[in-house]
Design a protein around this ligand. Structure first.
Ligand SMILES: CC(C)(COP(=O)(O)OP(=O)(O)OC[C@H]1O[C@@H](n2cnc3c(N)ncnc32)[C@H](O)[C@@H]1OP(=O)(O)O)[C@@H](O)C(=O)NCCC(=O)NCCS
Length: 321
């Protein structure tokens, strides 16, 4: 028996307002046809002023706690993956801790943009296995609408707001349960391919998302296929053993190309990009929650999570649910 991090519950939260491609086309020079053909995106949710990364993250966390049958008081570790924190500091994780009424515990944020949830999951997995906590909340929450340049049609159509959360618990289990492998990567030489042109230490402003779309696309397919190969080699299983792949939801063409490289049929891929667009660190836990709640992902399934984002950063995880 080994101490491992087990997935005990999932949750998610979306802003009240849903915006279609046609509605966006009234604001910028674009069309439903262009957006669907290039990205697969049809809708995104956009936060109202009273909805923040913190409130959305707390709502998702409450759902995950309920699904896990745990109280906020049981949680010893809260990690929030976000690139759009409520404030420069304190960490949004501490704000969510306060909103949940969770007593003294470890709480901090992780900044790895769209790969943030994979980074946070990997850190939580290590901390649970080494005994820093027994129960952890890992949250991906974003309000990218607040850092989009709404005049730039090449980026503003791609993103949306939302949050997803998981509860992980440390348990003594056999070798085929819980988080089985994680792999993380970063190549900072590409940091100007996808970035925000502001920040507290440079411009003193929040800034806007800037992206070289074609370059990001090219690196995403290569890096994701390669890291998926690494995690499957770590667990000693062929790609065919994967029951469900829950990819970062940036672009349906990237998701299709990656699945094809692995030889995985589309039926095993959880797809939400059409409904949510790219919610950055929230996209993987949001999609995971959807597929758990609608009964697709069941106990015993081998699930693979993957993401790639600004930095570049990328990573993958394999878990037996
Ligand atoms: C952004 C993306 C969809 C653009 O698709 P593309 O085929 O590379 O398109 P290009 O950027 O070459 O632009 C092609 C044309 O469409 C135009 N265009 C860009 N955005 C548009 C929009 N929203 N509506 C209509 N036309 C648009 C461009 O101006 C360009 O016109 P031009 O040929 O007259 O100059 C694509 O590059 C992509 O998905 N990249 C990855 C982005 C991503 O997932 N980022 C997040 C990763 S975490």
């Amino acid at each position: 028996m080994t101490r491992r991090a087990i997935l005990k519950g999932t949750g998610s939260a979306l802003p009240r307002t849903r915006v279609s491609n046609d509605e966006l086309a009234k604001r910028v020079d674009t069309s439903d046809e262009w957006i669907v053909e290039r990205t697969g995106i049809r809708f995104r949710h956009i936060a109202e002023p009273d909805e923040t990364t913190g409130t959305l993250g707390a709502d998702a966390a409450r759902e995950a706690l309920k699904a896990a049958g745990l109280d906020a008081a049981d949680i010893g570790l809260i990690i929030v993956a976000t690139a759009t924190p409520d404030n420069t500091f304190p960490a949004t994780a501490t704000k969510i801790q306060a909103m949940l009424g969770a007593p003294d515990c470890i709480a901090f944020d992780v900044a790895a943009v769209c790969s943030g949830f994979l980074y946070a999951l990997s850190v939580a997995d290590s901390m649970l296995r080494t005994g820093a906590a027994n129960h952890a909340l890992v949250i991906g929450s974003e309000t990218f609408s607040r850092i989009l340049d709404w005049e730039d049609r090449a980026t503003c159509v791609l993103f949306g707001d939302g949050a997803g959360a998981v509860v992980l618990s440390a348990e003594e289990v056999g070798d085929d349960r819980g988080i089985l492998a994680t792999r993380l990567h970063a190549e900072g030489q590409y940091c100007d391919m996808l970035y925000v042109d502001g920040g507290p230490s440079t411009t003193g402003t929040v800034g806007h998302v800037r992206m070289q779309g074609r370059e990001v696309f090219r690196h995403a397919v290569t890096n994701l296929a390669s890291v998926l190969g690494e995690v499957m080699a770590d667990v000693g299983l062929p790609a065919d053993a994967i029951d469900w792949i829950v990819p970062h939801q940036a672009n349906k063409r990237i998701i299709d190309a990656t699945a094809k490289k692995l030889g995985l049929p589309a039926e095993r891929v959880v797809l939400t990009v059409d409904q949510h667009a790219n919610t950055s660190a929230a996209s993987v836990p949001l999609a995971l929650d959807l597929a758990v709640r609608d009964g697709r992902i069941k106990r015993g399934d081998l699930v693979v999570l993957e993401a790639m984002g600004g930095g570049f950063t990328w990573g993958a995880a394999v878990l037996r649910v």
